[in-house]
Design a protein around this ligand. Sequence first.
Ligand SMILES: Nc1nc2c(c(=O)[nH]1)N[C@H]1C(S)=C(S)[C@@H](COP(=O)(O)O)O[C@H]1N2
Ligand SMILES: [Mo]
Length: 393
Amino acid sequence: MTVLPRIKRRHFLLASTGGIVGAAAGLPAMAQEGKALPDYVAWKDADDLIVHSQQTLETQRGAIGSGLVTPSEDLYIRNNLPAPSEEIVADRDAWELSVEGVAEPRAITLGDLKTIGVETVACVLQCSGNGRAFFEHETSGTQWSVGAAGNVVWTGVPVRDVVAAMGGVAEGLDWLTGTGGEEIPDGVPKETIQVERSVPKEAMERAILAWDMNGQPIPLAHGGPLRLVIPGYYGVNNVKYLKRLAFTEEESPNKIQQTSYRIRPVGEKGAPSQPSMFEMNVKSWITGPLEEAGTGKVQIHGVAMGGITALEKVEVSTDDGQSWTQAQFLGPDMGPYAWRPFVVIADLGQGSHVLASRASTVDGQVQPETFEPNERGYGHNGWRAHAVDLTVL
Ligand SMILES: Nc1nc2c(c(=O)[nH]1)N[C@H]1C(S)=C(S)[C@@H](COP(=O)(O)O)O[C@H]1N2
Ligand SMILES: [Mo]
């Protein structure tokens, strides 16, 4: 079983004290791993985050807790390119989106998009590489544990409403392609770095062009002023700073579509014939207690998601998967694409316990015990690797 070194409780205390002292001295707030929060996300909660790099921040497992909605201050960050300048959120309604591959293609401002329609959807935003750290093989890329995921409430206009307002999808176009608004440096071929993703056209039935996140205008770091949100699909398909929405005959020619984000055997190169990271799978993980607890009754918390299907149940084991108890869901059901916090109250004796959780969907998908390795370490949902070692004192 893969066990990750876990951050000890005293580090939480040290880190938060460091943050206060740092702030008093005019220094940037220190995050968990001792690295300062980058400027563009200085507003985030350093104590709840692990700073892997300037472009990759992970939510602490314990900070996820039994949170129904992930506070924006705690939500993970994954940027393939540096975020654009704050100037693009100075006048949000003036942001322009080019819509192509419809009967009446045109550019439309965010202000005008808001007059077409509006809907709110809760869904899990999760990086394809969430859980990468649990693979046994060497994987390149950020060693995410469980915190490259959050449950987010988005508000925006349904893509199908925009399409209807522009005369429908043109004939023979099978893909919905979104292009990110990052500047591409001169001399760099855009295919090599530009964030442009295509998803099967059918996904438009539930996709939205979002301007609000958790009830506030989307922060720049999370893709403001406008983001393509595809509920049930891995993070990469949720294109930030959306500047173009196009129905296309083929998938994007860019590297991020053609060869990256593909599931392939360890040691193999990416190719368009391999499965792309589209629909998420059923998954759950325990968020507390993580290391130590007192004897007697203890609340075991976690979160569970069905991917593109609603959950049926979550079971929890405190004996390394020998026996399972059905957990109680906490809080309102926010729909099939959202996660559901869960809890089990268990009576735990002194010693070590392996806590695991296993989610099932209404259509019979069950989180597997193990997960087959793939070169880039995508999509891990095996319950055993996600288990927690708890010492009851
Ligand atoms: N324009 C743009 N969109 C993007 C990315 C990016 O780098 N640029 N990263 C993608 C990836 S890989 C993920 S996991 C999510 C991360 O979203 P977040 O940073 O808001 O958590 O955004 C996706 N959309
Ligand atoms: Mo990602």
